[in-house]
Design a protein around this ligand. Structure first.
Ligand SMILES: [Ca+2]
Length: 144
């Protein structure tokens, strides 16, 4: 093996090592975004989804859904989802709490992993109290 071949092999090894190490050291992606859609199928595994309308937007698939796998101290602002959530699906393995005020203040609603809440009055007379009330969201326990 001449000098040039050794250098080429070393460069290839460095490239390969870099390719293997980078993904392993990267933290799980934490993200929050808003999209349109309806149903549980649009909520990725590991995420919690807040739907703007009842029944997970079943009858209004062009309405908004906030999708997140991290704490959100203010559902308003750029997300524009403050006091708008009418149903929720927790597709994560974390217990999540929804708060009626920003920065996790107020008496929260607890949503367990796999649980769905629909705040429509016609399915549960008491649930209307929760409709269009939530302003922040926190992952509180569990494993991701
Ligand atoms: Ca709403």
């Amino acid at each position: 093996m001449n000098g040039s071949a050794v250098l080429t092999a070393a460069a290839g090894l460095l490239a390969l090592t870099g390719g293997l190490v980078a993904p392993a050291s990267a933290a799980p992606l934490a993200e929050t975004y808003v999209r349109q859609g309806s149903g549980r199928e649009i909520c990725p595994s590991g995420y919690v989804c807040l739907y703007e309308h009842f029944h997970l937007n079943r009858d209004t698939p062009d309405w908004k859904v906030l999708v997140t796998n991290q704490d959100v101290a203010n559902l308003g602002g750029t997300y524009n989802m403050n006091d708008r959530t009418s149903s929720v699906y927790n597709n994560s393995s974390y217990t999540v709490r929804l708060y009626p005020n920003y920065n996790y203040w107020g008496v929260p609603l607890t949503v367990f992993p796999g649980e769905t809440f629909d705040f429509t009055n016609d399915e549960n007379q008491e649930s209307g109290w929760y409709d269009d009330k939530y302003s922040s969201l926190k992952f509180v326990s569990g494993t991701r």
